[in-house]
Design a protein around this ligand. Structure first.
Ligand code: HBI
Length: 367
């Protein structure tokens, strides 16, 4: 049945249905960067007067939104799958439950926004009467996902959003991707213009994040390193501790944003050691917001964030000695310039403007 959108509302309030990542409950940290993007968007779009409902796996928490949680088996994470991986749908799938619910209530919303990097939402898109905006949270990982996203990009132009141009270029349909960047709630991050002796590493502890290089650099430069984030792959962590028994490292767990920034702001620099094409690297802007410069491999999203020689250093990918050389040049960077960059480019208002415009463009092009 064809649905008519109340056009008078397009210029004012939107009714949005957000469908979260099915790899973990919202707030668990398993959803990594996309959880931060989702939480920030909810806050900023509600502040602008839009109505949101969030659909997420059971045990999710979203302090500031109306949340519907769906029971069922979580989706296996996509970033450990090889290019030829088949699509996996567990029995009693939470993802299937989330999209079954969305199908039943779609008429109550102007637009659905998908944050899952999974096959089902893309496959279902042509069968929905309401438009669906798809935010892609990672670079290209499997052929099956590339294919199903490509179909939606062709059939529904303008509905594929990504973080960065570097991320888009990993896909065969790069030119169909709309770059939306990312943001942090700057009010949660206190600028600190001096630091203690520590370096810091933030992120899911998982092989594609390359933590072992940061630990090796800490050991070689004998600089203490604080490690924060979800301990996703325990074997990987155990191996690192075994390989670098006397590295000056300290693991502090997965902390809330407020606790995290209290630690990060005291550090000399953030080390980013991505093995894969990081779609964006939200942790880079969290550090900048605290005035902490970023040392990162010249790979993926973070390479597009750092202003070399001012707010950070770019290092030859996978080069530990490159990291050590950059650590020796941290003092040439300006902590104030880091905070200023975060305020200029990565504020919630800037993010809200980009997403709101994307939604309105989808709704108006729909006619
Ligand atoms: N894997 N299957 C699947 N679906 C997701 O939405 C997903 C994922 N792995 C990681 C992930 N999302 C987020 O951590 C991204 O922000 C990277």
């Amino acid at each position: 049945m064809s649905s008519t959108i109340d056009h008078s509302r397009i210029q004012t309030e939107l009714k949005l249905l957000f469908l979260s990542t099915p790899v973990g409950p919202l707030g668990s940290g398993l959803g990594g960067g996309v959880e931060l993007t989702l939480t920030n968007l909810i806050q900023e779009l509600q502040r602008r007067g839009h109505t949101l409902q969030v659909v997420a796996p059971e045990n999710s928490a979203a302090s500031n939104a109306s949340l519907v949680t769906i029971p069922g088996e979580l989706q296996p994470t996509a970033h450990t799958q090889g290019r030829a991986s088949p699509i996996i749908m567990p029995g009693n799938s939470a993802l299937a439950g989330m999209w079954n619910y969305a199908g039943r209530i779609q008429q109550d919303y102007d637009l659905l926004v998908n944050f899952a990097y999974d096959w089902l939402p893309f496959y279902l898109t042509p069968f929905f009467s309401r438009s669906i905006a798809h935010f892609i949270s990672m670079g290209s990982l499997t052929t099956a996902m590339d294919q199903v996203i490509h179909q939606v990009a062709l059939q529904f132009p303008g509905t594929i959003g990504v973080y960065t141009r570097t991320q888009a270029e990993t896909f065969p349909f790069a030119e169909y991707c709309r770059c939306l960047g990312s943001a942090v709630d700057l009010s949660l991050y206190q600028f600190c213009d001096r630091s203690g002796p520590w370096l810091v590493w933030l992120g899911r502890i998982s092989p594609e994040k390359g933590l072992e290089d940061a630990v090796a650099a800490a050991q070689r430069s004998q600089t203490p390193l604080k490690i924060l984030g979800k301990l996703e792959d325990k074997d990987y962590w155990r191996q690192i501790c075994k390989d670098y028994p006397d590295a000056p490292i300290e693991y502090l767990g997965f902390l809330s944003t407020v606790e995290l920034q209290q630690i990060v702001r005291q550090c000399r620099a953030l080390l980013m050691t991505p093995r894969w094409i990081e779609a964006f690297g939200n942790v880079a802007i969290e550090a900048l917001a605290c005035g902490v410069p970023v040392i990162t491999y010249r790979r993926g999203g973070p390479a597009g964030i750092v202003r070399e020689g001012k707010t950070g250093w770019l290092v030859e990918p996978d080069s530990v000695e490159g990291l050590v050389a950059a650590i020796a040049r941290i003092d040439q960077l300006s902590r104030r310039a880091c905070r200023q960059q975060a305020e200029a480019e990565y504020s919630l208002t800037a993010l809200g403007d980009r997403f709101e415009q994307w939604f309105r463009d989808i709704l108006t092009s729909r006619d």
